[in-house]
Design a protein around this ligand. Structure first.
Ligand code: DON
Length: 314
């Protein structure tokens, strides 16, 4: 099906159908339980939002409910880090899929403390460290939050303090990753400062409508809409989309690319931000996860969306 053949009515129907089907699903995956604020989220929730190139916002399900975006925030810090350091960022982080769980430490020792990619925890911590630079953590965090609000054209986006506190109290592996990388010089700030910023940006809470809005710059060549305000260069947007396709779902990245065929980034809060280059930006959320930490139903919904729209990039 040619991408331009989809009418607004057809898209509304598809979103409504998928939202209904997902609401009826009994197998919903398992909610993240490593911190209490995520463990108590009701798994019976689902939301899907598409923002088209014409700016139309099409939503189904609980699209006004905020959830913890977790690792989806790594896309925003990567965009900010790339914008600030340009190609120099790649001296600190690689661009290869890891094939390991998101919080794995094993590759770091063999590979001179250089994380495989910006979306595993080690890589994201290195990117956050590059944003921190010599600044105070509060300033760096303020800059990240401002950037996300700008991308989403929405000032009403904030950090969930409960989630941030719990991450700080339990993130022992991330502490290990940061210290390990500090010993190689991959990160330069005191690990506890870098981690403070990292845990807080993971704790940003958003709705699928806000997430879809924040992803527009990746759908439209670095601009918030076709021909609209520029967030990053078209080249950087292409680079980020490529990394989302190859590494955005950790050791489930191959499966997601195979089934959905779109650049996407997941988080353990159950959110997935996905991009249809030139066509649309998508936010999807359901809190139950599959075995590799990606939302079970959001992955399923995006597979159905790609099938029914013909939106796969392949
Ligand atoms: O650092 C962590 O482990 C969490 N704050 C984020 C992990 C995450 O979202 C991985 N996603 N699937």
């Amino acid at each position: 099906m040619a991408k331009q053949d989809l009418s607004s009515e057809r898209l509304h129907d598809i979103v409504a159908e998928i939202s209904k089907e997902m609401a009826d699903e009994t197998e919903r995956g398992k909610v993240a339980d490593y911190i209490p604020p995520l463990a108590r989220i009701d798994p019976n929730q689902f939301a899907l939002t598409i923002i088209t190139k014409d700016g139309e916002v099409i939503s189904g399900g609980d699209a006004q409910t905020r959830f913890s975006i977790q690792s989806v925030s790594k896309v925003f810090t990567l965009a900010l880090g790339l914008g600030r350091l340009g190609e120099r960022l790649w001296a600190r982080v690689g661009r290869e899929p890891s094939g390991d769980p998101f919080n794995s430490i094993v590759q770091l020792e063999h590979e001179k403390g250089l994380p495989r990619n910006p979306f595993i925890n080690a890589g994201a911590i290195a990117v956050t460290d590059s944003i921190l630079g010599g600044f105070a953590p509060k300033e760096a965090l303020g800059e990240i939050l401002q950037f996300v609000r700008f991308l989403a054209s929405d000032e009403d986006i904030a950090i969930d303090p409960d989630v941030a506190r719990s991450e700080l109290a339990t993130g022992f592996r991330n502490v290990a990753l940061a210290n390990f990388m500090r010993s190689f010089g991959t990160i330069t700030s005191p690990p506890e400062l870098t981690l403070g910023v990292y845990f807080h940006h993971c704790a940003i809470a958003m709705t699928t409508e806000q997430l879809a809005a924040a992803g527009r710059f990746l759908a439209f060549d670095g601009r918030l809409s076709p021909g609209g305000a520029r967030a990053i260069s078209a080249r950087m947007a292409r680079q980020i989309n490529t990394l989302m396709l190859t590494c955005g779902h950790y050791d489930g990245s191959g499966e997601f690319a195979f089934r959905v065929g779109l650049p996407g980034k997941s988080g353990v809060g159950g959110g997935i931000m996905a991009v249809v280059p030139g066509q649309a930006s998508i936010g999807c959320w359901s809190p139950g996860l599959n075995a590799v930490g990606n939302s079970h139903l959001a992955s399923q919904a995006l597979e159905q969306l790609a099938l029914r729209t013909g939106w796969s990039v392949f």
